[in-house]
Design a protein around this ligand. Structure first.
Ligand SMILES: [Zn+2]
Length: 436
């Protein structure tokens, strides 16, 4: 160790020296195929993380989200929460990573669970989303603990289940049990792959609903004796095109969502079905002759921090009620399938300012502030945990997530680990001691 260097430089150098360890850790994590669905090998990855983190003095809790959606004896929803106490009282900084990955899908040239290292990139499902981020946060914490053993406060690292399916067996469950209560945790960094020079302040909300139009069955040769539910749905889609879509795209947000196309309200029509069951493409069966008495669509409405859940719902309801007035025999029902609230951390929040400073020191640039078009576990930390001081920050490119040949660059992991470790230094370092 060079006594001439300041502590921040020593931390950065040490992270560079531990490159091989970081690579091995990331590869090990990728090689545990924690696929969701169905939610496999959660216990295995928790046991692995337990062994790793225990060595740095972390106290470990393994928590199964019993009774959460998807939890079963075959696929139990295991989570790990590791906590390392410092030498004196102070804040708790929590790094939260989801342990699950989505299916590999087609089109890979690398083994999705092999963790191959080529040209400074580690390949595999979950490499960037988000085992690379988890590995970077572990190295950051380990180096910080080794070089600043007298730190104040505490560090937590969690590996949580099911983010890719809504987080109910993971962060939502733990938040419900008080793990993210502001008395216990003061700063949360979620190392999702938002890139090493960007701070993600939050995400848009989402509202999913099924709309059904009703009709009356009759013989297809005499449709005038029945009432076609698909034509009623056609009227709904027309109203979406003429009224709803223009209104949504005119509604701009102050949230710095990337890509920019998502800086307005959006809605996807996820599916449509009416009448007879869909036939397989290669069937030799012939269609039955019926007027459909039901047609259903599923809508996926992403909304802004400036809107409310009630408004979003009411807007669609008004449009449907309006059709009911105007269109003979129009009947509908609507059913909410899921809802997640938007979340947006204030730019002046302590964790934002701290990580921004650290990015400036490591990357020599002012960070970009972004928000995510889709949601991640911040919603549960905000809404259930009531903890507002939370961001996403981690290595990797969001564009690679869920794609074939997903990878994370080792250099990016090291840079973001430096940012995380320097953030720990700013929040828990020597000048924070003696707060008791
Ligand atoms: Zn993710």
């Amino acid at each position: 160790m060079d006594a001439g260097l300041n502590i921040a430089d020593r931390i950065s150098n040490e992270l560079v020296d531990r490159r091989e360890d970081l690579i091995r850790l990331t590869q090990d994590l990728i090689r545990i195929p924690t696929l969701n669905p169905p939610g496999s090998h959660y216990r295995d990855i928790c046991v692995y993380l337990n062994q790793r983190l225990s060595k740095s003095g972390f106290q470990i809790e393994l928590v199964r989200a019993e009774g959460a959606p998807g939890d079963s004896e075959q696929f139990p929803r295991w989570n790990i929460i590791a906590r390392r106490e410092g030498k004196s009282s102070g804040d708790c900084v929590h790094f939260n990573s989801h342990i699950d990955v989505v299916e590999a899908g087609e089109g890979w040239t690398e083994d999705p669970f092999g963790g191959a290292l080529k040209d400074g990139k580690i390949f595999g499902r979950g490499a960037c989303d988000m085992k690379g981020g988890l590995a970077a946060s572990i190295l950051a914490a380990e180096v910080f603990i080794d070089l600043v053993p007298d730190f104040a406060g505490s560090i937590e690292i969690s590996g949580t289940a099911d983010e890719e399916s809504g987080g109910y067996g993971g962060v939502a469950y733990l938040a419900g049990k008080g793990y993210f209560a502001p008395e216990r945790v003061q700063h949360v960094i979620i190392p999702e792959p938002l890139h090493k020079d960007r701070i993600c302040l939050g995400h848009r909300g989402g509202w999913w609903a099924e709309i059904e139009t009703k009709g009356e069955i009759a013989h297809g040769s005499m449709p005038f004796l029945g009432d076609c539910a698909v034509r009623h749905m056609g009227a709904v889609l027309d109203a979406f095109e003429s009224d709803l879509y223009p209104a949504l795209s005119a509604r701009h947000t102050a949230m710095p969502v990337v890509p920019e196309g998502a800086r307005v309200s959006t809605m996807n029509i996820n599916s449509i079905h009416g009448g007879q069951e869909e036939l397989p493409a290669d069937t030799t069966a012939l269609p039955s002759h019926c007027v459909p008495d039901s047609c259903r669509i599923v809508i996926d409405r992403r909304y802004l921090i400036e809107e409310t859940h009630e408004e979003v719902k009411a807007e669609v309801e008004h449009l449907l009620d309006d059709l009911k007035e105007k269109r003979p025999k129009f009947e509908y029902s609507m059913r909410e399938l899921n809802h997640v609230a938007p979340s947006m951390t204030d730019k002046s929040a302590p964790v934002v300012a701290t990580v921004a400073d650290a990015i400036q020191s490591v990357m020599g640039k002012v960070p970009d502030y972004v928000a995510s078009p889709g949601s991640y576990d911040q919603k549960h930390i905000d809404r259930i945990g009531k903890l507002k001081n939370c961001i996403a920050y981690g290595p990797g490119l969001l564009e690679l997530a869920h794609k074939p040949d997903e990878y994370v660059e080792v250099d990016d992991m090291i840079d973001s680990a430096k940012v995380m470790a320097l953030s720990l230094l700013k929040l828990l370092g020597p000048d924070k001691g003696g707060k008791e």
